[in-house]
Design a binder for this molecule. Sequence first.
Ligand code: SAM
Ligand code: SF4
Ligand code: F3S
Length: 487
Amino acid sequence: MAIIKTTDKDKLDFDSAVSELSEYFSSLGARKGRALTYNVLTYGCQLNESDSEKITGMLSSMGLKESSGGELEAADVIVFNTCSVRENADRHLFGNLGVFKSLKKSDRDVIIAVCGCMMKVPENVAKIKKSFPYVDLVFDPQQIHRFPVLLRDSIRDKKQMVNISADDYIAEDSFFPIDRKRKFRALVPIMYGCNNFCSYCIVPYARGRERSRDFDEIVRELADLASKGYKEVMLLGQNVNSYKGEGGKTFADILRAASDFKEFSRVRFMSSHPKDLSDEVIEIMATRPNVEKHLHLAMQSGSDKVLKDMNRPYTIDRFLEIVDKFRTQVEGGSLTTDIIVGFPGETEEDFEQTLVAVDKAKFDAAFTFQYSPRPGTKAASFPDQIPQDVVTERFGRLTEYTNRFAEESNARLVGKTYEVLIEGISKAGDMTFSGRTITNHLVNFTIPSDLGIEIGPDMLEGRLCEVRIDHARPYSVDGVLISLKGE
Ligand code: SAM
Ligand code: SF4
Ligand code: F3S
């Protein structure tokens, strides 16, 4: 398994495939007497969302438009960008693929492609080959830069093209045309893959070994985004803190470089692993006004024994020390986490230690998951898998607990005024807008008509405003706009 950087030759192949496909789709469109469309379905995390922005960018540059109808089948190119992190994600794909059998028979020109993390699990690829021969194209997340070449070959050779590689490629963002989904927010992956091999997790198998993008390329991309008017950047990686650039550049250097662009009102990042979150990063969060005051730090369990079995190299005391440091240094900051219940061997006592840790950390929000055995991971073959009824019962108890802290975190905002970055309309009917505070609290708010602010569906997206918070809900708060900032 090697880490391979894309070359000029890869780019030439890419450009020539895009140009051949543009011609092909243009004549197909003329034959059909309509503009051709695509539909890209994205499952999973923000890294997949970022990949999908590249896939839609490539399809747009071939002359296709995004399908506007909600119907999946209406598009001419349908791409499933899959996630394999838990089992229910897998079921989704196969359920959906079945629907396309008759469509493929009736319209031989429609193209179906499947990519994403599920395609790194050999059983899934074998199942597509056997049960869904009408799928045109299968490729893994490391090969996204080859999408146009593979698509052209599958159309030209009229056969299912399966391309899964053992190598881990790294293509800079400048390699791709990118269709950014939000006009104010840019997703910027800074590193790919994961070396941590938590015993339950499929990601290191699906996304390969850790590899960092070129530091200067990232800064060039940030400068370009700033000049284009993006207000928020989200720096992405499975563990951004293990970024390793040339000349010893670290994640702290990237965070500082991003926050130096004053055009960005918000610099966000996701995710951090407790083992290598540096003091320097916490200090940058505390001192730089446009760096979010929100840390997502996965705890996974409150039991040292379970953490060890999970291959998470910290104790719960060490985790709580980091929490403490963050809470003391980043005033008013918010802390969110991921927790798994029902990991093999988790006893009632282990589970109760998780509740105790939640109590101590007082997370502002928690993503809670029922353990899902992933074939090929170490934990899938651990003895002592926990019966589903026990998992369900613990999961219920945990979410009740974490929801209480989330609600309390939201309640602390009530009666105060916060700066909010507007994301768009949340309820079109009554023109309620939504946005986030720098602590990542979700705010829904109305705009009093006597302020005389011109409002339209996406006129306010990316603007900063002051909102007075009046009411707390479990996952959001409600408020009223006090004033609009800037411009
Ligand atoms: N790299 C990130 C980190 O370590 O913080 C997490 C990425 S993972 C996509 C998101 C979350 O999914 C994990 O933190 C974990 O809680 C959960 N997860 C991963 N594998 C899982 C599994 N087999 N069953 C249940 N939850 C799982
Ligand atoms: Fe999965 Fe662990 Fe890597 Fe996160 S750090 S992606 S949980 S293996
Ligand atoms: Fe899923 Fe792959 Fe992300 S498994 S969570 S899409 S890295």
